[in-house]
Design a protein. Structure first.
Length: 379
């Protein structure tokens, strides 16, 4: 009897020890994904440990809509990200699944692939760039911030990437697992001030990190990348709010000028960017996540069109949609409203399927008669 009790005690102690070890592994896994502690910067828009973002001088007051008040998760706060959204589609979205061999060894002159949310692959003048590469959950926790559907391209199928552009350090734009995947390639990381500290903690060498402040540039094989202002906020923990910078990117090739918005609210910065650089051949602009609580950090559909007009964009590519539920509206409400307003205003808009190759020059030669893919999805 005594031997049995001793054996049971050993089993209990072993299980308890295993629980502690498993808990420690999980805790470390989460903690490492959060990133690094902030450092200080000597720029005029950084004070008392925080970056100071511009504000929209004339914000439009937009009350919560009746349909938003009735939404199951309308007032649930951050807890809503722990469950599957009632606004998400309950079917697979139409997409083109890509493998690394679908990309040429030598990047083309001018192509764009939208992979969902803010992740795009841009080929410009023989240089391949990826923007805000995220392929999993928008959270350090495996149960939170889940995707609607599988990505069009898996991390392991990433082609050779010359430049990774990171707009800011929110989890739906900066993903630990993807940075670790790109670590084994020869990728150069162009990031806002402060974000490089996360990458260093995750094992990226200093020489491969190019931190930019607003107005700073980096040139690679003739392609010039410049960071510009946005209206947003940053931080991977509440206590580190605005301890890193957020930016948009101007990408200048030999004869093409592209804009990547990152996350931003509406303001005069769009017109100022156009005044500085001229009209843009393509503007990839965020369209999703708008709601009255975030009225000054994301763009409402009418503001997306206003921003593309302010930029003089020959072609609008909607991004920041189709993957996560960040607000109260249905998964396709943003794209439907933005497309409608674009057609009414005469703004050319391209809405390719995730993974579909967009050749902007060929697209602009065609009449916009073909229906967009999401028009045929279930509602």
């Amino acid at each position: 009897m005594k031997a049995k009790l001793i054996l049971i005690g050993k089993i209990i102690l072993t299980l308890f020890a295993l629980e502690i070890i498993a808990g420690g592994v999980i805790a470390y896994s989460i903690w490492v994904r959060i990133g690094a502690k902030p450092v200080s910067y000597n720029v005029d828009y950084y004070k008392s440990g925080r970056f100071i973002f511009p504000k929209n001088p004339n914000p439009v007051h937009r009350p919560l809509r009746e349909e938003d008040k009735l939404a199951k998760r309308g007032y649930a706060g951050w807890l809503r990200f722990l469950s599957r959204s009632p606004n998400a589609p309950d079917f697979k979205l139409d997409k083109i699944y890509l493998r690394k061999y679908d990309f040429p060894n030598a990047p083309d002159k001018y192509n764009v692939y939208w992979l969902g949310h803010s992740t795009t692959i841009i080929e410009l003048d023989g240089v391949r760039l990826i923007t805000d590469p995220v392929f999993g959950y928008a959270s350090p926790f495996f149960l939170a911030g889940r995707r609607y559907d599988a990505p069009a391209l898996e991390r392991k199928e990433l082609p050779n990437i010359d430049i990774a552009l990171i707009s800011h350090d929110h989890y739906d734009h900066l993903e630990y697992a993807t940075i670790k995947r790109l670590k084994n390639k020869r990728t150069i990381f162009v990031v806002p001030l402060g974000v490089g500290n996360h990458l260093k903690r995750w094992g990226i060498e200093d020489i491969r990190i190019k931190e930019l402040g607003w107005g700073d540039s980096f040139s690679y094989k003739g392609v010039v990348i410049t960071a510009e202002r946005v209206i947003h906020w940053t931080g991977r923990l509440p206590k580190y709010r605005n301890s890193t910078l957020a930016v948009s990117y101007v990408i200048k090739g030999a004869d093409k000028l592209l804009f990547f918005s990152g996350d931003t609210g509406y303001g005069k910065h769009f017109k100022q960017i156009r005044e500085k650089y001229g009209d843009f051949d393509l503007a990839a602009i965020e369209i999703d996540g708008w709601n009255p609580r975030w009225s000054d950090i994301h763009l409402f559909p009418d503001e997306v069109i206003a921003a593309s007009r302010d930029l003089g964009a020959k072609l609008l590519l909607p991004i920041h949609w189709g993957v996560y539920d960040l607000a109260y509206h249905r998964w396709d409400e943003s794209i439907r409203e933005v497309a409608r307003l674009a057609i009414e205003s005469g703004q050319r808009i391209a809405s390719p399927r995730m993974g579909e190759k967009l050749q902007p020059l060929e697209f602009l030669k065609k009449e916009d008669k073909e229906p967009m893919w999401w028009m045929y999805q279930k509602r």
